[in-house]
Design a binder for this molecule. Structure first.
Ligand SMILES: Nc1ncnc2c1ncn2[C@@H]1O[C@H](COP(=O)(O)OP(=O)(O)OP(=O)(O)O)[C@@H](O)[C@H]1O
Ligand SMILES: [Mg+2]
Length: 257
């Protein structure tokens, strides 16, 4: 049965999509069968795989609005074993439409039920908000990874995020434990980087796992999407690639236990 992991943080630009794209790819390279669900109307994970998002007939939107079956909307990618459920701007309309439905928070969960057993991992790329799309991702997921950008104000909004997660757990009986906190855009050589890392450790204390793997600031990670490929395929030697392979290894080791 596939494990559903959402990549979550309502703070914009902290590396959610970069993590979703490259972690999915790395897991597939380790022979796992992976589905990447693009739950963001920006469709950055979709473009990151070179999928033309402008004229999608089948997308996460058409699945959530029950126009199409999820199995019909899933596309193969250039990575063997990795599939994507693409998204585009039409998903922004879903926020309002879905909110009118009874049980609107569990529509993604319902849809994924039909394909969950086909994959080892389902990675969900979540938009930078705490709205209905994020709520659906939380209800659907078994656990979450929270990327935190190593910069001042890194923890701003974290209390709201944790509160939302608690509410989903208590009111909807749908807990999604934190699989790990991931330091992104991290430079251990700078004082700022080290300070923020310490601050994050202090904030989460022993309560949550912080990945030993950190993701460095690496220009290759930023360049790769414009070639429609994950960094892991774009530049195999880059620090960005190496760090996401290490992250996948760390994740897979956790599962062995
Ligand atoms: N480790 C990194 N090194 C260099 N650039 C990075 C790194 N991680 C992400 N970026 C770049 O920073 C920008 C934001 O990253 P990304 O899109 O992954 O964040 P996000 O959290 O998904 O953003 P949003 O909240 O808008 O969805 C992108 O241009 C991306 O290419
Ligand atoms: Mg994103």
């Amino acid at each position: 049965m596939g494990e559903i992991i959402s990549i979550l943080n309502q703070k914009g630009g902290c590396g959610k999509t970069t993590t979703a794209v490259n972690l999915s790819t790395a897991l597939a390279l380790f022979d796992k069968k992976v589905l990447l669900v693009d739950m963001d109307p920006q469709g950055n994970a979709t473009t990151g795989f070179g999928v033309e998002k402008a004229n999608l007939d089948y997308s996460i939107y058409s699945v959530l609005s029950r126009e199409h079956d999820i199995a019909d909307a899933i596309l193969p990618t250039m990575v063997e074993g990795l599939y994507i459920l693409p998204s585009n701007i039409s998903l922004s309309g879903a926020e309002v439409e879905l909110s009118r439905e009874i049980g609107y928070h569990s529509i993604l969960e319902e849809a994924l039920k039909n394909v969950k057993e086909l994959f080892d991992y389902i990675i969900v790329d979540v938009p930078p908000s705490l709205g209905i799309l994020t709520l659906n991702a939380l209800v659907a997921s078994d656990s979450v990874i929270i990327p935190i950008q190593a910069e001042y104000y890194a923890l701003e909004g974290m209390a709201d995020l944790l509160k939302t997660m608690n509410l989903v757990e208590e009111r909807l009986q749908s807990p999604s434990p934190i699989k790990g906190i991931l330091m992104t855009l991290y430079d251990s050589r700078t004082r700022l980087g080290r300070e923020v890392h310490q601050e994050v450790k202090k904030f989460f204390g022993d309560k949550e796992y912080i990945f030993k793997t950190t993701i460095p600031r690496n220009v290759r990670l930023a360049e790769a999407p414009s070639y429609g490929k994950p960094c892991i395929l774009y530049d195999q030697e880059s620090k960005g690639t190496i760090s996401y392979i290490k992250l996948a290894e760390e994740l897979l080791k956790m599962e062995d236990k």
